[in-house]
Design a protein around this ligand. Structure first.
Ligand code: FES
Ligand code: FES
Length: 407
């Protein structure tokens, strides 16, 4: 039998926390694994390894960077600072005290990455502006605290330092970890100012690219208890369709083929309002249609299309609606591109949409979720997870009942 082929290893020379080190790694090894496994610096946490959660944030040549997205071999000669290297750092020390005082951590898993990102904000922001801090933390997720304590802790450190005459020492080029930046300093500053705009204040509509190809796509289907012709006709009334979708707003319908409006999305500390336009196509004979749109909010942008087809359902007088949803996201909200999360959220969103559609077709107002102020993917994912856990517990309880001998 042939001996297993060992992948080649490369030597990488780095300065880590001010010390020259050399590590031998496979070319595919990311910086976080090199730090944790070769150098025993386990303060750099790994949550998603997809660049989503920010738990692995370190300073790479002085800038916050995702260690899970940086190949160690590509960091040859770089200056790396991990949370351990900030033990004696003045700002990190003030942040640690503020995090304790403001209850800015619970399990602490996100905290090393948060401190690294927060330190960068303290260095850059002239004032303790809550919106700009929240935008700056857009690439660092915390599943415990709700962010209020974290934001307060950072605000208190910035306020105290500015009161002592210690101004920002780094330029305001971009906020947030490397990877969340998509534009120049001007664009970033502008996006910070417009992070929580309303539909009315949102930037001009984004154009729908003719050659749009979705980066991700998923299929969903559901049944409603109304005949296909009635359901297909409903899909032609876009304001009513939008009213079934949490966070969607239609502002005008200049023609049957064009709709203008927006979508409010809330993901952790990020709150964005995409304003844009959609192109609507319908094929009456096939009872099918396509809605393709694009929207933007500062640094975040979204392009997407929904293809639908209404067929006869499994029972007389019912319909099956088949949806194919394709989309591409850029900017801070691109963290929502993680396929598992997107699939869970899409399943929940489609379930809410179907319930609201059914209610409207029956002449009842859509449910409370349709009136929600924003599409909240994390809430939808958590709701779905809670539902699954509850169903599992019910199954376990039923099994327990069945196996308990009757007296
Ligand atoms: S582990 Fe790197 S961003 Fe989540
Ligand atoms: S404190 Fe637990 S994830 Fe932030």
């Amino acid at each position: 039998m042939n001996a297993p082929v060992r992948p080649p290893r490369v030597n990488v020379a780095l300065a880590v926390n001010g010390r020259a080190v050399a590590v031998e790694v496979e070319p595919r090894t990311h910086l976080a694994d090199a730090l944790r496994e070769e150098l025993n610096l386990a303060g750099t946490h790994l949550g998603c390894e997809h660049g989503v959660c920010g738990a692995c944030t370190v300073l790479l040549d002085g800038e916050p960077a995702r260690a899970c997205l940086s190949f160690a071999a590509a960091c040859e000669g770089a200056d790396v600072t991990t949370i351990e290297g900030l033990d004696d750092d003045e700002i990190a020390t003030e942040l640690r005290a503020a995090f304790t005082r403001e209850h800015a951590l619970q399990c602490g898993f996100c905290t090393p990455g948060m401190i690294v990102a927060a330190r960068d904000l303290v260095l850059r922001l002239p004032e303790p502006d809550e919106r700009r801090i929240r935008l700056g933390l857009a690439g660092n997720l915390c599943r415990c605290t709700g962010y209020v304590g974290i934001v307060r802790a950072i605000q208190s450190v910035i306020s105290a330092r500015r009161a002592r005459g210690l101004g920002p020492t780094a330029g305001e080029r971009g906020l947030g970890p490397v990877g969340a930046r998509t534009g120049s300093s001007g664009a970033s500053a502008q996006s910070a100012a417009t992070a929580e705009t309303t539909v009315a204040q949102a930037p001009a509509s984004a154009e729908i690219p003719a050659d749009f190809r979705p980066a991700h796509s998923l299929d969903q289907s559901f049944e409603v208890g109304f005949p296909p012709d009635q359901v297909f006709a409903f899909f032609g009334r876009v304001e009513e369709v939008a009213a079934c979708l949490p966070g969607a707003v239609v502002t005008s319908v200049p023609s049957p083929e064009r709709v203008e409006g927006g979508m409010r999305v809330k993901l952790g500390p990020i709150s964005a309002t995409f304003r844009g336009a959609a192109d609507v196509r319908r094929d009456e004979a096939a009872r099918a249609g396509r809605i393709r749109g694009a929207g933007a909010d500062g640094r975040s942008g979204a392009q997407g299309e929904v293809r639908y087809r209404v067929n006869a359902g499994s029972t007389p007088g019912s319909s099956q609606v088949n949806l194919t949803v394709g989309y591409a996201l850029k900017g801070p909200l691109a963290q929502f591109g993680r396929p598992g999360l997107v699939r869970d959220v899409a399943a929940r969103l489609v379930a809410e949409f179907a319930a609201n559609l059914e209610a409207r077709l029956a002449g009842r107002p859509a449910g409370a979720d349709a009136a929600a102020p924003a599409l909240n993917p994390l809430r939808l994912a958590f709701d779905l997870a809670r539902g699954r856990i509850a169903a599992w517990l019910r199954r376990v309880a039923r099994k327990g009942d069945a196996s308990t001998p009757r007296s």
